[in-house]
Write a protein that binds this ligand. Structure first.
Ligand code: PAZ
Length: 312
């Protein structure tokens, strides 16, 4: 009998641009594998659960993509190659610093004379220049690949395709699963084709459990990689127990637990042996430090230990 996750793939079609993305993933991984680089797959943002095949309405998952986008920048600073698998239109590395009208407010339009020029306002140069330099460095060195998903089904297909390409990196591959993935969905076969009509009365929507992909991911797809998952809770009293359940069940290396309201300044690292907190002080926050800087530094250290322990 097929397992729950196998059945999911056999009953849900890949996204329309799947083959293009698979090619990009393959090319990116092959290029960096040749030079023996460390590579991280970051998943970021929330998945949707469509209510109709021609989707007008969907159930969404909470996540702005801040954790994933900020972490991508820090992994690049630690010389990792980055696959940034993220929800379409969620926050991205580098551009995340200029949301809304902010970027336009930093520009000056000079339309005197024969030609129009646009410049960065002198007092904004110190803000834009270092971010632009890091962006160009990552972009021009081909060190980051952006791949997008929207629905939970898109995410599943792309996650497996990325893992297939990452397997060759063995222990040099790090998976940093920060996306907020739906736990419930409507199977394709039970979804109406067209927009649900209100004249038929309030619909009764029955959701089913999504398969847990951590099991095949850890055991079959990337068995030699360093796998880190995140766990979000709203009830502090169950956070560590849930994180520990996850690590005991899936046997990966690390679960990073966080509480919705405090996730910007406190997380807890749960390993098979211990748990410890990573916290940002008020002063550090006021000085513009981000918790992802410390999270990534800790994860990189643990990944390095993991690699060196394999060599002895
Ligand atoms: O994207 P964001 O910065 O607003 O939030 C990050 C997060 C809370 C989604 C992430 O840290 C996380 O916990 N992801 C896993 C969520 C889950 O338990 O499925």
């Amino acid at each position: 009998m097929a397992s729950h996750w196998e059945e999911f793939y056999s009953t849900h079609l890949p996204p329309t641009d799947f083959e293009d993305n698979r090619k990009l993933l393959k090319e990116f991984c092959e290029r960096h594998h040749k030079t023996n680089q460390r590579i991280v797959l970051i998943t970021s943002g929330g998945t949707t659960v469509p209510l109709e095949h021609n989707t007008v309405r969907f159930v969404d998952n909470f996540s702005a993509g801040t954790r994933g986008a900020a972490s991508a920048e820090y992994f690049l600073e630690h010389d990792y190659m980055v696959i940034f698998l993220h929800r379409l239109k969620s926050l991205e590395p580098f551009t995340r610093h200029f949301t809304g009208q902010m970027f336009l407010d930093m520009l000056e339009l000079n339309d005197r004379g024969p030609s129009t020029t646009i410049t960065v306002k002198p007092d904004c140069v110190d803000i834009v220049a270092p971010i632009l330099a890091r962006y160009k460095n990552a972009q021009e060195g081909g060190r980051i690949l952006y791949v997008t998903f929207t629905s939970v089904s898109d995410y599943f297909w792309l996650l497996r395709a990325a893992c297939e390409c990452l397997a060759a990196f063995q222990s040099n591959a790090l998976l940093y699963l920060a996306a907020a993935v739906s736990d419930f969905y409507i199977p394709s076969s039970e979804m109406p084709t067209h927009k649900i009509q209100s004249q038929n009365g309030a619909p009764t929507i029955s959701l089913q459990l999504v398969p847990k992909l951590l099991a095949p991911l850890v055991n079959l797809w990337v068995p030699h990689a360093y796998v880190v998952s995140f766990k979000l809770e709203t009830d502090e009293s169950i956070l560590i127990a849930k994180a520990r359940d996850s690590i005991n069940k899936y046997k990966h290396k690390l679960v990073i637990g966080n509480i919705l309201q405090s996730r910007r300044y406190r997380v807890v690292f749960v390993t098979p042996q211990s748990n410890y907190e990573v916290v940002l002080t008020r002063d550090q926050m006021l000085n513009g430090m981000e918790i992802e800087d410390s999270i990534v530094a800790n994860v990189v250290d643990s990944h390095s230990d993991f690699i060196s322990n394999l060599q002895y």
